[in-house]
Design a protein around this ligand. Structure first.
Ligand SMILES: [Zn+2]
Length: 478
């Protein structure tokens, strides 16, 4: 007994290995601080805050805890909050307080990235030079403490833990159901062809009634231009991708988002590297497509899950980390699929533009910017107020030239073009979209010298002169 006691004391002193155990809030803060002290050059510590319209400030949960984050990349926060040309990535864990595996694997991940960078691991160095990784091990520290009390009690009493104790936040609200349901806005706006920046459709009241954790995460998403994220849950073993709700209100129906093929590829990039998902995927998911992935609307529940037991015994945690490690890292690297680039004017100044992607063909289905894309052929258009639209045909082949590499660069240099104003809040948005499609088709047919198709477009425009005042004239000139 004595020897054991000494060992327990000495191990943390002599071998600074990460200890796989359940870490409470204070320990979580300490571990993130320690990782920062160990790797000060590639980490930055912060916690979330959110400023309301009336300038009040939210930075605490109901029970007075912070949502703690560590940012990991070379020169973190140097050009706050974002270094142009380098994608921002985020992981959120423990949104349901009783789903604790994600909290522990994310703490282990922060420790691992720091140590591997110091050990000059080539792949991790590349990743941290080219991606800024923001890790928030717990979105619900209050719920965790409630769940942990029950975990300890259940162990003492030799019973199973209660399934939902600690799931909600300190105010007894399920944070996963507290975010505004933007899926419904997308369904409603589909006909307009414009479904980005949906938060403008929410009222101030909609925001104010949200829980503090939800407000802080919304503030976070607006403060950093995150390219890719994942929200980790527990209780089932599957990667879940959008949409999460059905269009028809039915409880279960595959509901594809416009980026379905890319989301499927992203989900696989996690599932195919998670040893539990490879070897022990529940039949209900595996039978569907062979991979441990599911469309959220097809499934009844929401978001990515990390194993069946929500609050496993301490000795299981190291195995959970080993099962998830490669998947967590491979998923961060997906920030580099598709294309990225800069939109600048002829003098090299950044232009506030919109990047639109139209799928030409795809193997499955159908300032600086990042557009994660699955392999396929695409037509990419940059539009900006006061500049001529520019389109380019591109081919994405994410696996050419190695697994981990930077996204293909597609830059745009915009020429002034006062007649056009593709960007901005425009009532005739859907007409604009159609107009730019017509222009692209016209260019394409001109290039292929397809006189019949060209005449068809002109005829279409002559009949709709009111809708497209400049277009016909402009095209006939060419
Ligand atoms: Zn959950």
């Amino acid at each position: 007994m004595k020897i054991w006691a000494i060992l327990v004391v000495l191990i943390p002193v002599f071998c600074d290995g990460f200890v796989h155990k359940h870490h409470d809030y204070n320990e979580l803060v300490r571990i993130l601080d320690e990782v920062h002290q160990e790797c000060p050059d590639i980490t930055r510590r912060y916690y979330l805050n959110y400023t309301l319209i009336d300038k009040t400030y939210v930075s605490k949960t109901t029970n007075n805890r912070n949502l703690e984050v560590i940012e990991i990349c070379t020169d973190p926060g140097v050009t706050k909050p974002h270094k142009p040309g380098r994608p921002e990535f985020k992981y959120i864990g423990n949104m349901h307080g009783n789903e604790v595996v994600s909290r522990e694997v994310l703490l282990a991940l922060a420790d691992y990235l720091c140590k591997e960078y110091k050990a000059k691991n080539k792949m991790i160095t590349w990743l941290l030079e080219n991606t800024c990784v923001h890790i928030m091990p717990s979105m619900n520290p209050d719920g965790w403490e409630i769940a942990y009390e029950d975990f300890k009690k259940a162990e003492k009493e030799g019973r199973d833990q209660q399934w939902t104790v600690g799931r909600n936040n300190g105010n007894n609200v399920d944070l996963n159901r507290n975010f505004p349901d933007l899926d419904q806005f997308v369904f409603g706006l589909k006909a307009t062809g414009r479904t980005d920046h949906l938060e403008k459709y929410l009222s101030r009241e909609d925001f104010e009634k949200l829980e503090p954790e939800t407000k802080m995460v919304i503030g976070w998403i607006h403060a950093y231009p995150f390219v890719l994220s994942s929200n980790l849950h527990g209780g089932d073993l599957v990667v879940n991708y959008p949409f999460d709700t059905t269009t028809d209100g039915s409880p279960s129906n595959y509901t594809a988002s416009p980026d379905d093929a890319t989301f499927v590829a992203l989900a696989k990039s996690y599932a195919d590297y998670n040893t539990e998902m490879i070897n022990g995927c529940p039949n209900k998911f595996k039978e569907e497509n062979g991979d441990c992935i599911t469309n959220g609307a097809k499934w009844y529940a929401v978001k990515g899950e990390l194993g069946e037991k929500k609050f496993p015994k301490t000795e299981k945690l190291e195995g959970k980390w080993n099962a998830n490690k490669d998947a967590l890292i491979n998923y961060i690297a997906q920030s580099h699929i598709g294309i990225k680039g800069f939109v600048r004017d002829v003098s090299g100044n950044p232009v506030e533009a919109r990047i639109q992607v139209k799928v030409l063909s795809n193997k499955v289905k159908d300032g600086d910017y990042y557009r994660l894309l699955d392999d396929g052929h695409y037509l990419v258009t940059a539009t900006a107020k006061g500049y001529c639209d520019q389109s380019r045909k591109i081919t994405v082949n994410n696996h050419k030239g190695g697994k981990y590499r930077e996204a293909q660069l597609v830059n745009f240099v915009m020429d002034p073009c006062p007649e056009e104003s593709g960007y901005g809040e425009n009532e005739n948005e859907d007409l604009d979209t159609r107009a730019s499609v017509l222009q692209m088709l016209y260019k394409d047919y001109s290039y292929r010298q397809d006189a019949r198709s060209l005449e068809k477009i002109l005829e279409y425009l002559r009949n709709r002169e009111e809708d497209y005042p400049y277009l016909q004239e402009e095209m006939e000139k060419k």
